[in-house]
Design a protein around this ligand. Sequence first.
Ligand code: FAD
Length: 459
Amino acid sequence: MSDTSADDGEEARSEPVAEPDYDGAFDAIVVGAGLAGSAAAVTMANDGLDVLMIERGRYPGAKNVFGGVLYTPTLRELVDVSSAPVERYVAEKRFSMLSETDETAVSLRPGEWHDPPHNDSYTVLRGEFDRWFAEQAVDAGAVLLTETTVTGLIRSDGGRIVGVETDRPNGDITADYVVLAEGGNSLVSEGADLKKPERAENVAVGVKEVLEFPERDGVIEDRFRLSDDGGVSYHYFGDGAVGDAVGGGFIYTNGDTISVGLAYSIADARGRQPDPEGTLNAFKSHPAVAPLVRDARTVEYGAKAIPEGGHESIPQLVHDGAAIVGDAAGLVLNNGVHLEGTNMAVESGYLAGEAIAEAARRDRIDEGALRSYPERLDESFVVQNLERYGWLMDRVEEDRDLIFEELPHALADAGAEYFRIDREPKERHAEEARDRILDTVGGWRGAAKLAYRYRKVIR
Ligand SMILES: Cc1cc2nc3c(=O)[nH]c(=O)nc-3n(C[C@H](O)[C@H](O)[C@H](O)COP(=O)(O)OP(=O)(O)OC[C@H]3O[C@@H](n4cnc5c(N)ncnc54)[C@H](O)[C@@H]3O)c2cc1C
């Protein structure tokens, strides 16, 4: 299984290459057959539009890197997910603070997550999942053109976007509507001045390895205490996870592999931090992580940028003739507790697809034709969640030393002290544990201030 390799020997499932007669044959063109692109394509094709999806990879997902857990509340409204290639449902979420040598963790295993739809959270490998999702769009009537890179947009004399330029010979293709679903590295949208490049402080670097165990049977189940198809989603913070950077590490269980990776501020990645690969190796060597990955062999490595500017950095979503969706529109929630982009990509693709289908039904190609997309997105969980957590990363940056370095040490020390077995009365250990934490946060006043600063996390 590969979600990063473009050369796994499998046949690309594509239609014949772009010929001049493709030009003008479609109502809508979707740039990128990732989650947002396929969601838009399936929505429009279901509404009877002629849709062309253009994907630069050998097949959809061939070039996609993510953690990851796929969140499916919108997806299962769009397609029959019973045959989707998912790895495991998430049965446990675990949050760990790591200092160089310690781990302090909280784990959640609600019984209801074992029951369908499993809290709409499944581990997937994108090389398989994206291909399957694009096939659903093809089954609905869309045409998929792979190994083709969109290199620019075509504008009419009046400035309306009326198609795309591709790297194929005679590769210009016109259509009434264009959906830009090209992901975070949105060169087409930026090249056409539809959005500005993301500021470095709003971009995280994501690195991920897929690891395989030589003796496969039962290793994952034993190490992660799993039964049936349940899996885990482990999240790690603190300097034991990502050194001096703001960010975190993760481990997700797949069917017979695990995904291990990091996501942290790219500004830190350029500064004092070792390179991403070195940081990932250090994370895998942490005493709390090493036993989980022992003897595993790396079968894939990938790195990718994650836009995490939140609500503030959402660009103008509709332009005359075009809509921007998914990561290309900066729709990712990454606040340390939640890393959610898949659900936002599918929701935005779906809403943009609906807006275009409605415009096509009314024969509207005017500038305001796609307005319902940003309007509905504003009311959806996507914008509401991005707005709700917009403040959090700024606060975390201000408190970075406390959160990523001092607290992981203090919590580990306090825990060790509280449970210390010796001949002293427990009261003394409890006091010392309490004092260790209070010294770190600035006493009771400091603790109260901190709780107040972060009150919106649980409000
Ligand atoms: C390390 C990491 C971990 C993550 N973990 C999670 C997680 O656990 N859960 C979660 O919900 N989200 C996670 N995310 C975020 C999530 O992966 C994204 O939000 C989601 O993939 C966005 O989907 P998309 O369709 O907008 O973009 P993408 O998935 O990036 O798809 C874009 C597609 O467009 C194609 N393309 C790009 N440019 C062109 C072009 N010019 N011409 C033709 N095709 C083009 C690409 O090949 C690709 O197939 C993670 C991201 C990273 C990097």
